[in-house]
Design a protein around this ligand. Structure first.
Ligand code: GLC
Length: 383
């Protein structure tokens, strides 16, 4: 058997073993048994994609069903579901979920299942639509883009994009305090859903790209013209925030003239949806350039030339499999074969070398964070 075949078989069986090990008896998959033993929003959508690639569409559907099972009346989907009393109930002021959301990756997960011929229950499609209703109609906007009420909502917890809120001087201790304070200033709606945060006026490029991308994916499945129109409005607004000078899509809001311009990988996610050719070209070139983001086990989480680039630190430069997967999907759909192949190969190498870690060093593949972590199984869906 050719070597590549053997490697692929091994990676698939390792991914399957990680997913099986993290499958909870209630049908959802935990990101990590030790570090993250609950259900997370965007993780769950990635798990659904991985389960489907592992020929278990039944599990993919249960994953999405349990995820959207904690949705509130107005469509809000919390970022953590504890499936029982929450150990952090005092922190969130809620009994069984968190009080913030995360990127609505269920739109793309549903579309990938649909493309694979899986029948999606109508109830699931409807709940997904309501999720976008919340984000597009109830969530506060900043200058036309969808705001986040807390950095954790982006999934990119310690990104240098938030350094504005520590006056440009990031340290883990300071950031820990500020992150806690920012939870306390979240403004909820009458129904208890998070709407805005006066201490954190920010509409990140990466988050908006994921809102628009997932809405477009769902709109394609359900043939929903209204949702498609709303999503394209975000795409066009997002493209206004491309800065040729900075070489990135810039976050809109308080950090727009400061840390909101740091070249992070998640800020290139508009590549999924952008209609601005110069921006698209620049993003692709940067992802292929070893002096920018490209790496053997990469791409790097932060552009190498940024002063804050730290390849071994959480959200400050390491490689993340779920971001690599998303950029691979963008490259694939744009017919950028060289980028598609380089992202696919580096993600697979990284997952194997890091032993399916949460994230890893982009240049040597050393596993970082939780090892193993379920979303590294996404590499089986990159084919
Ligand atoms: C960390 C990550 C976040 C992820 C969670 C569970 O908090 O930053 O993106 O959803 O872990 O894996």
């Amino acid at each position: 058997m050719p070597r590549l075949g053997a490697t692929t078989t091994t990676l698939t069986s390792t991914a399957r073993a990680v997913m099986e090990r993290h499958l909870h008896r209630d049908g959802y998959t935990v990101p990590s048994a030790l570090v993250y033993p609950w259900q997370w929003l965007w993780d769950s959508a990635f798990h659904a994609i991985a389960w489907n690639a592992l020929d278990r569409p039944d599990r993919a559907l249960v994953e999405l069903d349990t995820l959207l099972g904690c949705q509130r009346r107005d469509g809000f989907v919390p970022h953590i579901r504890y499936h029982g009393p929450s150990p952090h109930a005092d922190f969130w002021k809620l009994p069984d979920t968190s009080a913030i959301t995360q990127p609505p990756m269920y739109g793309h997960a549903i579309a990938r299942l649909h493309r694979a011929g899986v029948d999606i229950p109508t109830g699931l499609l409807e709940r997904a639509r309501q999720g976008f209703d919340f984000l597009l109609r109830h969530r506060a906007r900043v200058d036309g883009l969808v705001s986040v009420v807390h950095p954790w909502e982006t999934g990119a917890d310690n990104s240098p994009r938030w350094d504005h809120w520590v006056d440009g001087h990031f340290s883990l201790d300071r950031w820990w305090v500020v992150k806690g304070e920012l939870v306390r200033s979240i403004m909820p709606s009458d129904a208890g859903a998070p709407i805005s945060n006066s201490a954190f006026a920010c509409a990140p490029a990466g988050f908006n790209a994921l809102v628009a991308f997932n809405a477009l994916e769902l709109a394609w499945v359900t043939d929903d013209e209204h949702l498609q129109r709303d999503a394209l409005e975000i795409v066009d607004r997002l493209d206004v925030s491309w800065s040729a000078e900075a070489g990135t899509w810039v976050d809109v809001g308080d950090s727009g003239h400061g840390s909101g311009r740091v070249r992070t990988l998640d800020a290139l996610l508009p590549l999924l949806v952008s209609r601005r050719p110069v921006a698209v070209r620049s993003a692709i070139d940067q992802l292929l350039d070893p002096c920018a983001f490209a790496a053997t086990y990469g791409p790097t989480g932060v552009h190498r030339a940024e002063e804050v680039f730290r390849p071994d630190q959480y959200w400050r430069g390491s490689a993340w499999p779920q971001l690599t997967y998303l950029l691979w999907w963008a490259a694939r759909n744009r017919g950028e074969a060289r980028l598609e192949e380089s992202l696919r190969t580096s993600a697979r190498r990284g997952a194997a070398r890091s032993r399916m870690a949460e994230h890893w060093h982009p240049d040597d593949g050393t596993g970082l964070g939780a090892v193993p972590q379920s979303w590294s199984a996404l590499v089986v869906a990159m084919a």
